[in-house]
Design a protein around this ligand. Sequence first.
Ligand code: PLP
Length: 431
Amino acid sequence: MQISKSKALFEKAQNYIPGGVNSPVRAFRAVGGDPVFIEKASGAHITDVDGNSYIELINSWGPMILGHNHPMIKEAIIKAMENGTSFGAPTAREVEIAELITGMVPSIEKVRMVNSGTEATMSAIRVARGFTGKDKFIKMEGHYHGHGDSFLIAAGSGAITMGAPDSPGVTKGTAKDTLLAPYNDLEAIEKLVLANKNEVAALILEPVPGNMGLVLPKAGYLEGLRKICDREGIVLIFDEVMTGFRLAKGGAQEIFGVTPDMTTLGKIIGGGMPVGAYGGKKEIMEFVSPAGPVYQAGTLSGNPIAMAAGLAMLHHLNSTPEVYATLDSIGDKIVTGYRNSLDKLGLNYTINHIGSMFSLFFTDKEIFDFESAKHSDTALFGKYFQSMLHKGIYLAPSQFESLFLSTALTDDLISQIITANEESLKEILGK
Ligand SMILES: *Cc1c(COP(=O)(O)O)cnc(C)c1O
């Protein structure tokens, strides 16, 4: 595989852009080697500047659930552009998308559009604090909620201790209001809540976390969180930036039947354009300015082009429920093929899978939280990633990510993926 143009671009990029990329994971540091620069994408394929074409298993980290450059979304964007690209004033499309979102995700009674998932989670926490009059919130180790200061807190020394900043530039003052708990451990939450009685405004989590690799909630876990939050007057926030409109049209909350007070959305909601949203119960969302006192604004929020793309995407998902059965079947076929190869080759592995999301971990330990995810052999994953890339399969460049499938994956492409996977496994095992 020839990647000389990508290499040259990456070298030049490093002169002008920190690390040569506009989001860190794109630099391939977790897997080694140089990143490929992308020229275009269509359907199930993405093509780099050297002309190499790859089958997509990451799909812009989730948004391209129908595959790349879907004609329906492309047409909606082009049509919207004819009337201008930004007004900074209300439009009919914003009303339409808000109505559609509240219909698809019933726990959302009112919704505010923003420009990214990061903005959505930052704003949701501010609103929960304003609504409850409390300062602290609980987040789970290994869950990602964008790069807002108060979310960049790593595991400290045990769950009861205050968080320590994960990045320079996050102040100790900010970090002390973020309380950390391991995922899938209700007892840890009970202890935290007891030690911070009447001080916790919100509990935010990815109901099905995909940012430490894919991990599933244990039976009763989400229900347990709901009960604790009800008892303690804590706003339960589901960060469904990744799972919203992906696992089901109503997200993880629909599948697991647990209703949060607030939900954050992103990725799929913009149909590939930069969009996020947060919403929830009427009485909480009525705290948002100008209805209420909690300030939150955005020059480009509800941008007409972005709304056109998002509307086309959501209308399709809402009116075509068989999309999710198709995605489930694609996921099942790939994972079954992977398991057959892995068992045959006798490699230690764990696959976590739900619908169109899955992660292959190089460990035989069960993975149910951040600590257990760390058992994976990341060096082996790096080799596997490079081997798959050379066989024309584009994976997330880190062990601690989920893969995202699209409806563009045909049976023929699925066979190609399964074959490439088996060959890559043999290669890294030296077989
Ligand atoms: C991607 C992601 C975010 C951040 O969204 P951006 O649009 O990258 O700011 C927040 N939460 C979750 C669960 C995500 O997967």
